[in-house]
Design a protein. Structure first.
Length: 192
């Protein structure tokens, strides 16, 4: 039995929140993270090398759990991830491997990734600078917005569309505009 899973590493590109989300509390994350991640988060900053080491540790853990992780690849906007394949003789064995592999994310990457994503967010000034280009892209795919649109206005337009996948080309072209602040309403240090 072969089961193919996509690794849930960082699917944070969406338009589910205003770009001006509440500040991300790194101290709160540090209070409840795993020992591995705490060594990276101790100074409150995640460097590119530290982020990469967390992704590598996550991948190694997935492999040790009995799954087959693919090559690490770019997910856009300085984020990295990999596909996971689970090959097992029974559904029970596949579920056991999947459970072990899922736990790896919370142990080695989840909190480091949240801080990394937070560090990559554009400032209001940077968002305002590219907003007219994003607006032009949105209009090109049939979403009517002004050059100074707000996310609330975009949501209103999306609610009127039968197929919101029209937004995808603009999300692909301007992923940095649509990246949202990590949520802090889930338990830090756990797979999300």
């Amino acid at each position: 039995m072969t089961i193919l899973f996509a690794s849930v590493v960082l699917g944070l590109v969406s338009c589910a929140a205003e770009p001006t989300a509440a500040p991300f509390d790194i101290a709160l994350v540090k209070e409840s993270t795993t020992p591995f991640q705490l060594t990276i988060l101790e100074d409150g900053v995640v460097t590119a090398a530290e982020y990469e080491s967390a992704v590598l540790a996550h991948r190694s853990c997935v492999e040790n759990a009995g799954a087959s992780p693919g090559e690490i690849e770019s997910l856009g906007h300085n984020q990295r991830g990999f596909q996971v394949e689970i090959i097992a003789d029974t559904e029970e064995e596949a579920a056991r491997i999947d459970s072990l592999a899922e736990a790896c994310h919370g142990e080695y990457l989840s909190d480091v990734a949240d801080v990394w994503v937070y560090q990559q967010l554009l400032s209001e000034k940077e968002l305002d600078a590219i907003r007219p280009d994003v607006a032009s892209c949105l209009r090109d795919v049939g979403i009517k917005v002004s050059d100074t649109f707000t996310m609330k206005e975009l949501y209103t337009q999306l609610e009127r569309l039968a197929n919101t996948s029209a937004l995808q080309p603009c999300m692909d072209r301007y992923p940095e505009f649509f990246v949202q602040s990590p949520r802090q309403d889930s338990t830090p240090g756990r797979a999300r």
